[in-house]
Write a protein that binds this ligand. Structure first.
Ligand SMILES: C[S@@+](CC[C@H](N)C(=O)[O-])C[C@H]1O[C@@H](n2cnc3c(N)ncnc32)[C@H](O)[C@@H]1O
Length: 636
C-alpha cells in the first residue's frame, strides 16, 4: 500500500520538469550537496537560450559539449531577414498543388517556416551528411565535393567563406558537424506537432553524437527507436575490417505519449490456417488449449466440461475437481456459449484422453466481435523486407538515363517509414532532400492507398561537379535534379497507376529580403541614401514575392490557395478565401479599400507608399473600422 508522503510535492523538481518541457536541452545531471546525482537545470545553457550573445561559463555537469556549441544555439535563435520567393516557372500545377519544394540553405528555410508551420508537421525525415571524413565543408554547409574542393582549395566561395576538409586531422571533425546539425534540429523540433515524429538516417560515423544531440534537443524520454537498416546483403565493403551492411534510422517523438503507430495488419492466412463453416465472416483459425497451469488455481474456473462421448473433463485431464493448480481460462457460461457457437473444439490426445481447445479466429475476437489483428513493427528494417540501397540507384537510373545523384535512399525505405504512422492529409518534411526520394515515396504511397499526404522538400542548390554525369546531362545543381525527379516520377506513377493524386509542387527559393536595408535599420539612415526613402521595397520584387513574405510573417501555409483579382483596376491577392487580402499596387484609392473591406478579410495588407499622405492612411483605418472592424490591417 502506498504511504502518505507527509511532505509537500517536490516543487523544485516540478519546476525543473516544466522548464525541461520548453527547453529539453537545459536538463542535466549534477551532484547535490550529499553527493547524490540529481536532475538540474544547466543555467549556462538556459542563459544561452535567452541571449543572442555568446555566454561564457564552466561548471562540472553532465553534458555534451564541443567548441562551437554556444555559437550553434545562437545560430538557431538568430532571426533571419531572408525571404522566400516563388518560382512559378519551375513549379508544376502551381494553382492547385499542396506540395512545396524550397531551394536554399535549410537553416534559413527552417527559420522562415517557423510561423507558418509551428507545431504543424507530424512527420520529418532527414538524411543529412554523415560526416564520413570525405565531406568538404565550408562555414556550416556540408556540401562541397572533393574534386571541387581540390580545385578551390585555399580559396574562398562567393560569400567569402573559407573551405576546408572535415577530416579527423583538423581537430574539428565532430565539432563542425555538430555545430551544423544542432541548430537545424532545434528549429525542426518547433515545427513538430504534439504527436509528431522525426526520423534521422545516420551511420557509424556520427550515430553516437546524433543520439546524444537528439536526447538533448528532443528529450531523452522521447527516444522511440534506433532502427537498424540492413541496406546491403553481401556487398558492404565500406570498411577494411568488416563488411558493413547496416546503418541506422533514429526515431524521436515530440512527445512520446502521443505517438501512435499504424501497426501492421498481420498476415492472417499464415497464422490462422484452419477453416470451418464460419470462414467467410470469421476468417481462418488456430487452436489454443483451454486449460492453464501457470495462471494460478481459481475454484470457479475448475468445472467439468462434457466431451462429445458424455465424459466430464476437468483441467489438466483430470476426471474430477480438486486443486492441482490448473484451471480453465474461460468461465462456465462462456464455455457454454463457445460450444453453442463453434468456438470450442474437443480432440483426443495420445493417451486417448479428451483435450479441450478454443479457436482463435483471424477476423473476430473470442467473443465474436470483429477485429483487425495487427503486430508491432520491428526495430530493424531490411532483414526480411526487400529494402536495399542498391534499389535506389536502379530507381534513379530508370528515371534518368545515367547516375545523376550519388547516395540516394530507396523509395521502399521511405515508404516503409511513412507507412508506420497515420499520415493521411499530413505534411511530410524532408529538409536534406537530396534527389527528393521522400517526395517520390509520398506520391507512390498516395497512388497506392488513395492517401492525401503532402510534402515539403528543402534542398540547397548545391552545384553539381562539372565532371559529373549530372552536370553533363544539363543539371547545374542538386535542386534541379530533385525537381526533375519529382516531375519524372509523377509522370511514371500516373502512367502506371492512373491515380488521381497531387503530382504538382510549388517552388520557392531563398533570397535576400524584399525590403531594403533602410527598412530594418532606419536609425542608420544617412543623407546619401535619402532618395531610397521613396520606397523601402526592392525594385525587382513582384507582388507575389511580397505576398509570400507576408504569408510567412502572418503564419499562413505556403500551400494555401491564392486567388488574384482585379478590383478597381488594381491587383488584389486573396489567400485561402478571406484569410488574407493584399494589394501591393501604388495609389490605392478609397473605392478599392471599401471593396476590400466589404469582403471582411481577417488580415489586409497594403503598401506603405501607396498612401501619399498621412490622412490617406488614417482614412484607410477609418474605412475598415466602419465596414470590417475585425480586420487586422498592416502596411509594408
Ligand atoms: C545524403 S543527401 C540526401 C539524399 C536523399 N535522402 C535522397 O534520397 O536523395 C544530403 C543532401 O543534403 C543537402 N544539404 C547539405 N547541406 C544542406 C543545407 N544546409 N541545406 C539544404 N540541403 C543541404 C546536400 O546537398 C545533399 O544533397
Amino acid at each position: 500500500m502506498e504511504k502518505v508522503k507527509m511532505e509537500s510535492k517536490d516543487i523544485i523538481q516540478n519546476n525543473i520538469e516544466k522548464i525541461g518541457r520548453l527547453f529539453p536541452n537545459v536538463i542535466t545531471e549534477i551532484k547535490d550537496e550529499k553527493g547524490n546525482i540529481t536532475r538540474a537545470i544547466d543555467f549556462e545553457l538556459l542563459k544561452q537560450e535567452l541571449s543572442d550573445e555568446i555566454v561564457e561559463g564552466t561548471k562540472e555537469r553532465y553534458l555534451l559539449t564541443w567548441p562551437g556549441k554556444k555559437e550553434a544555439i545562437v545560430l538557431a535563435n538568430t532571426p533571419t531577414n531572408k525571404t522566400l520567393r516563388p518560382v512559378k516557372e519551375d513549379s508544376l500545377n502551381w494553382e492547385t498543388t499542396q506540395n512545396l519544394f524550397i531551394e536554399g540553405d535549410n537553416l534559413e528555410v527552417l527559420k522562415l517556416l517557423q510561423e507558418s508551420y509551428l507545431n504543424k508537421i507530424k512527420f520529418i525525415y532527414i538524411d543529412p551528411p554523415y560526416n564520413t571524413g570525405k565531406d568538404f565543408i565550408y562555414k556550416d554547409r556540408f556540401t562541397v565535393e572533393k574534386t571541387k574542393y581540390a580545385k578551390k582549395s585555399g580559396q574562398v566561395d562567393q560569400e567569402g567563406n573559407r573551405l576546408f576538409q572535415n577530416t579527423e586531422y583538423n581537430g574539428r571533425y565532430h565539432s563542425d558537424w555538430l555545430t551544423m546539425i544542432y541548430p537545424r534540429l532545434k528549429l525542426a523540433r518547433n515545427l513538430l506537432s504534439e504527436d509528431g515524429v522525426i526520423l534521422i538516417s545516420i551511420d557509424d560515423n556520427e550515430i553516437h553524437n546524433m543520439r546524444r544531440i537528439c536526447d538533448e534537443i528532443f528529450g531523452e524520454r522521447n527516444f522511440v527507436a534506433n532502427f537498424i537498416w540492413r541496406k546491403s546483403k553481401g556487398s558492404g565493403n565500406d570498411s577494411k575490417y568488416l563488411m558493413v551492411e547496416t546503418e541506422y534510422i533514429l526515431l524521436y517523438a515530440k512527445n512520446i505519449e502521443n505517438v501512435k503507430f499504424n501497426n501492421q495488419v498481420v498476415d492472417i492466412d499464415g497464422k490462422y490456417k484452419f477453416k470451418d463453416e464460419y470462414y467467410k465472416e470469421r476468417g481462418g483459425y488456430n487452436l489454443e488449449k483451454l486449460d492453464r497451469g501457470s495462471k494460478g488455481y481459481v475454484e470457479s474456473l475448475d468445472f467439468g466440461i462434457k466431451a462429445p462421448d458424455g465424459t466430464l473433463i476437468f483441467p489438466n485431464n483430470r476426471r474430477e475437481k480438486y486443486n492441482d493448480g490448473w484451471r480453465w481460462v474461460w468461465s462456465k457460461s462462456k464455455v457454454e456459449w463457445g460450444i453453442k457457437n463453434g468456438y470450442i473444439v474437443f480432440k483426443k490426445g495420445k493417451g486417448n484422453q479428451w483435450n479441450v481447445y478454443c479457436k482463435n479466429y483471424a477476423k473476430v475476437d473470442n467473443e465474436g466481435n470483429p477485429i483487425v489483428r495487427t503486430k508491432l513493427y520491428r526495430n530493424h528494417i531490411g532483414f526480411e523486407e526487400n529494402i536495399l540501397n542498391i534499389q535506389a540507384n536502379h530507381e534513379m537510373k530508370r528515371l534518368f538515363e545515367g547516375a545523376v545523384f550519388s547516395y540516394p535512399k530507396p523509395t521502399t525505405l521511405l515508404k516503409h517509414l511513412i507507412s508506420m504512422f497515420y499520415l493521411d492529409n499530413e505534411i511530410i518534411l524532408d529538409f536534406f532532400a537530396g534527389s527528393a526520394t521522400t517526395a517520390h515515396a509520398v506520391m507512390q504511397l498516395n497512388a497506392e492507398d488513395g492517401g492525401n499526404r503532402k510534402y515539403i522538400m528543402i534542398q540547397l542548390p548545391e552545384p553539381c561537379d562539372e565532371n559529373s554525369e549530372a552536370y553533363k546531362a544539363g543539371y547545374k545543381t542538386i535542386a534541379e535534379i530533385a525537381k526533375e525527379r519529382i516531375r519524372r516520377a509523377g509522370k511514371k506513377i500516373k502512367e502506371e497507376t492512373g491515380a488521381d493524386i497531387d503530382y504538382g509542387f510549388r517552388v520557392y527559393r531563398v533570397d535576400s529580403s524584399n525590403m531594403k536595408d533602410v527598412y530594418y535599420a532606419p536609425d542608420k539612415l544617412s543623407q546619401n541614401i535619402l532618395d531610397e526613402l521613396e520606397s523601402n521595397i526592392k525594385e525587382d520584387r513582384t507582388s507575389l514575392d511580397h505576398l509570400t513574405q507576408v504569408m510567412l510573417e502572418a503564419g499562413l501555409e505556403l500551400s494555401l490557395p491564392i486567388e488574384t483579382k482585379e478590383i478597381c483596376g488594381k491587383e488584389v491577392h486573396f489567400v485561402a478565401g478571406n484569410s488574407l487580402a493584399a494589394c501591393f499596387d501604388e495609389d490605392v484609392g478609397e473605392e478599392l479599400i471599401k471593396e476590400i473591406a466589404k469582403i471582411k478579410p481577417l488580415k489586409a495588407v497594403f503598401r506603405d507608399s501607396s498612401f501619399s499622405s498621412c490622412p490617406d492612411r488614417i482614412n484607410l483605418e477609418e474605412i475598415f473600422k466602419s465596414i470590417s472592424p475585425d480586420t487586422q490591417i498592416k502596411v509594408l
